[in-house]
Write a protein that binds this ligand. Structure first.
Ligand code: CA
Length: 122
């Protein structure tokens, strides 16, 4: 039985790469996480079930939707480095990384890698 740390290391090793938009559109309904270029879930970049060490649309994510009820960790830098933020949300709720009243929010257009860290919410 893997302990938690080993389990996450294994997840890193099998991290899936970002799907192209067409593929993501085809299976997006079943993906654990969807990320978007604009706030409010507009202009989908891709979808993930495990994560990716390098988001193809680097520093472009402005919102996300967590469909699996789990917790996802978003990193400032590629390869799961730099500052990070853990996010969970009810199914179907869009998380905006920018608030209209605060356009300089740190996380907007900053995310470079991401991964699922728990099957449960925070
Ligand atoms: Ca970045």
């Amino acid at each position: 039985m893997l302990n938690t740390k080993e389990h996450f290391n294994q997840l890193d090793a099998i991290a899936v790469t970002e799907l192209d938009n067409e593929t993501a559109a085809a299976i997006g309904g079943g993906a654990g996480l969807e990320v978007f270029r604009d706030i409010n879930g507009k202009d989908r970049i891709g979808s993930f079930n495990v994560g990716t060490p390098q988001v193809k649309a680097n520093d472009q994510i402005s919102s996300a939707k967590i469909n699996d009820g789990g917790t996802w960790r978003f990193y400032e830098d590629a390869n799961y480095k730099g500052h990070y933020i853990d996010v969970s949300a009810p199914k179907g709720v869009v998380i905006n990384f920018i608030r209209p009243s605060q356009p300089d929010d740190f996380w907007n257009d900053r995310i470079s890698s991401l991964k699922k860290i728990s099957n449960k919410p925070i």
